[in-house]
Design a protein around this ligand. Structure first.
Ligand SMILES: [Zn+2]
Length: 394
């Protein structure tokens, strides 16, 4: 490494003697690129520290008040908080009334959609745009056109428009609860007939339970054909189904690196999104999670690209759980690592400077104690984290 970048990657004999270089002993260990989380919303200092401690060196916010992102970035620059490299989609773009008012810029006409997209990309200098929930194809088209004019990607977490329509309109990535499945029992009109977020998530679970693979196939084909990647953030839905809660509460970082404020915020959020849920809703969500892993398995087998995000708080812990979900969908350990590094760097538009260990790229590296190709959990068995060529004290 030299400064913030990798100068050489390969056998030592290829490099002339470097008498002044500092050597880091890593015999028997494995070096991997820093991990990338492509979908989160939490800006807590504790989450930033837990991300770094667990090897996540880049993070993209997927819909947030952009002022909060700017504030966090400025504090990170002043070294008031240790944080991953931060990218942002800016606020969510949704129709009125938005599902998440605090995090959304409402757009209701194509002209308004184009103007807001342009303002976010120029004045707010966001690195991507995010369309969500009730965005129609008519509103999505100008947003995609403006973003691509600036060479920026558009991410969707879309419900009104389905994955095939979005792929044909040129969207770059679909996330989380996007409508990428079809069901005879739960057609579009029925899936749109909700009055609250809790009801929508309940319908989502039931729609996935009743997935019709024949009707779903053209959606997956359109996504593969148009190169639309999918970021499942399945961990958040497993969490809503009650899966993995005990493991989270037993996790050392969860117990030692978070305080009351973060736990309260989490409880309030869960209450907001699933307040009226019954045990039956939870059971349906657990079945839906299994169907979604099957979707991911088929999509990957067709040549589709999967990437990763943890979606909410405790991301440094949860992202590693999401990697296990990709493994459950049939990705090899190498493919899982690539999904969270090289593939994600390309989604960020940073494929030239992040995501792999190559001369000239930014030196975001993890030294792990075991070989993650043999066991993915080795990615949390971290000896040291290097970001921008600096060994972090965590
Ligand atoms: Zn999200």
């Amino acid at each position: 490494m030299e400064g913030a970048r990798i100068r050489h990657a390969g056998p030592r004999r290829e490099l002339a003697a470097q008498p002044s270089a500092r050597r880091i002993a890593a015999s028997g260990k494995t070096v991997v690129p820093g991990l990338i989380d492509l979908h989160n919303h939490s800006t807590f200092d504790a989450d930033m520290r837990v991300y770094l401690k667990n090897g996540v060196t880049s993070l993209r916010f997927a819909g947030l008040n952009q002022d909060a992102v700017v504030r966090l970035r400025e504090r990170a620059t002043r070294a008031e908080v240790a944080a991953p490299r931060i990218f942002s989609c800016g606020p969510m773009l949704d129709r009125t009334p938005p599902a998440y008012p605090k995090w959304t810029s409402p757009v209701n006409t194509p002209a308004e959609a184009a103007a807001t997209a342009r303002r976010l990309l120029t004045e707010d200098r966001v690195e991507a745009l995010l369309v969500t929930q009730q965005i129609t194809p008519e509103l999505m088209r100008p947003i995609v056109d403006v973003a691509h004019e600036f060479g920026r990607p558009v991410v969707g977490q879309i419900w009104y428009t389905d994955g095939r329509e979005a792929a044909e309109l040129g969207i770059d990535q679909l996330d989380n609860s996007s409508r990428i499945f079809a069901s005879r029992e739960y057609p579009k009109a029925r899936l749109l007939s909700y009055g609250s977020i809790a009801e929508r998530l309940g319908l989502l679970a039931r729609g996935w339970m009743a997935i019709d693979w024949e009707l779903t196939q053209p959606i997956m084909e359109a996504m593969v054909k148009h190169g639309v990647s999918y970021c499942p953030t399945l961990v958040i839905h497993q969490n809503q189904a009650g899966i993995g809660l005990r493991e989270l509460e037993a996790d050392r970082d969860y117990r030692t690196m978070y305080g009351e404020a973060e736990r309260r915020e989490w409880a309030a959020f869960i209450d907001y999104v699933q307040g009226t849920w019954t045990a039956e809703d939870q059971r349906c969500m657990a079945v839906a999670a299994e169907k979604r892993i099957e979707w991911m398995r088929r999509f990957h087998a067709m040549g589709g690209t999967l990437v990763v995000g943890a979606d909410m708080q405790f991301g440094g812990i949860m992202l590693h759980r999401e990697l296990q979900n990709l493994a459950a969908a049939g990705l090899s350990t190498l493919e899982v690592i690539a999904a969270a590094t090289g593939r994600s760097a390309r989604e960020l538009g940073m494929g030239e400077s992040l995501g792999t260990i190559e001369a000239g790229k930014l030196a975001d590296l993890l030294v792990v104690n075991r070989n993650p190709l043999e066991d993915l959990s080795a990615l949390r068995d971290i000896d040291r984290v290097i970001k921008d060529g600096q060994i972090l004290e965590l």
